[in-house]
Write a protein that binds this ligand. Structure first.
Ligand code: FMN
Length: 217
């Protein structure tokens, strides 16, 4: 476990206030494209944090499937542990860790189920086998064996053989609507750059303009 004693130098490339676009979503999109061009494996993977009814936080990786002015779109099983947590507490965190680029993006906000139409659109864009998989797994519930899981998949494959697979009503998209987005850039001597965008939410749910501050590393 050599890594435990390593002290990597994260380099000199800086992140200045003037380097960033005024719109943090556009800035995120630019960094995602950089991560794709750097050929980072699954550059759209992020760690989603939720808090359940017992106030217990839980994090897991999911894939970003869309990002625009409205927020960050991902898809999952609505009855999974994350789905249950989001049903009682829609506050979330998201971490994109592009470590080989010395970059990290931290997001806070709320996650809401997208409209059925949007989930349907995403569902039809998925490969047939992935659509079948959504039917075959009661995500986060225990199962007695791998063989039993494979049997569920085979059963669903047969059920939808040669047919369009409808979207299960227990599966679909969520959108993270951000209120805080931090861009982190590793620097030498652990003196990293951190620029955070924050926007306020009015009582009617309307957003104020984004403001930025530099945070200490
Ligand atoms: C790279 C990667 C991508 C994943 N993408 C998704 C995803 O998009 N949606 C999803 O529901 N689970 C995804 N998973 C599985 C989740 O990490 C997790 O095991 C699952 O969603 C159940 O989480 P929960 O029990 O906390 O609800 C992914 C896992 C990895 C490692």
């Amino acid at each position: 476990m050599d890594s435990l004693n390593r002290h990597e130098d994260y380099g000199q490339e800086s992140l200045e206030e003037g380097h960033l676009l005024d719109d943090p979503i556009a800035q995120f999109q630019a960094w995602l494209i950089d991560a794709e061009q750097a050929e980072i494996y699954e550059p759209n993977a992020f760690v989603l944090g939720t808090v359940d009814s017992q106030n217990q936080p839980r994090s897991r990786t999911v894939l970003l499937k869309g990002v625009d002015d409205k927020g960050f779109f991902f898809a999952s099983n609505y009855l999974s542990r994350k789905g249950e947590a989001l049903a009682v507490n829609n506050k979330v965190s998201a971490v994109f860790g592009w470590y080989s680029m010395y970059r990290q993006v931290l997001i806070q906000g709320t996650a809401e189920k997208v409209e059925s139409r949007e989930s349907d659109e995403y569902h039809v864009s998925r490969p047939h086998d992935s659509q079948v998989a959504a039917w075959s797994s009661t995500q986060s519930s225990p199962i007695e064996s791998r063989a039993a899981l494979d049997a569920q998949y085979d059963q669903a494959l047969k059920r939808f053989e040669g047919a369009d697979v409808p979207r299960p009503d227990f599966w679909g998209g969520y959108r993270i609507v951000p209120t805080r987005i931090e861009f982190w850039k590793g620097r030498s001597n652990r003196m990293h750059d951190r620029i955070e965008f924050v926007r306020t939410v009015g009582p009617d749910g309307s957003f104020g303009a984004w403001s930025t501050s530099r945070l200490q590393p």
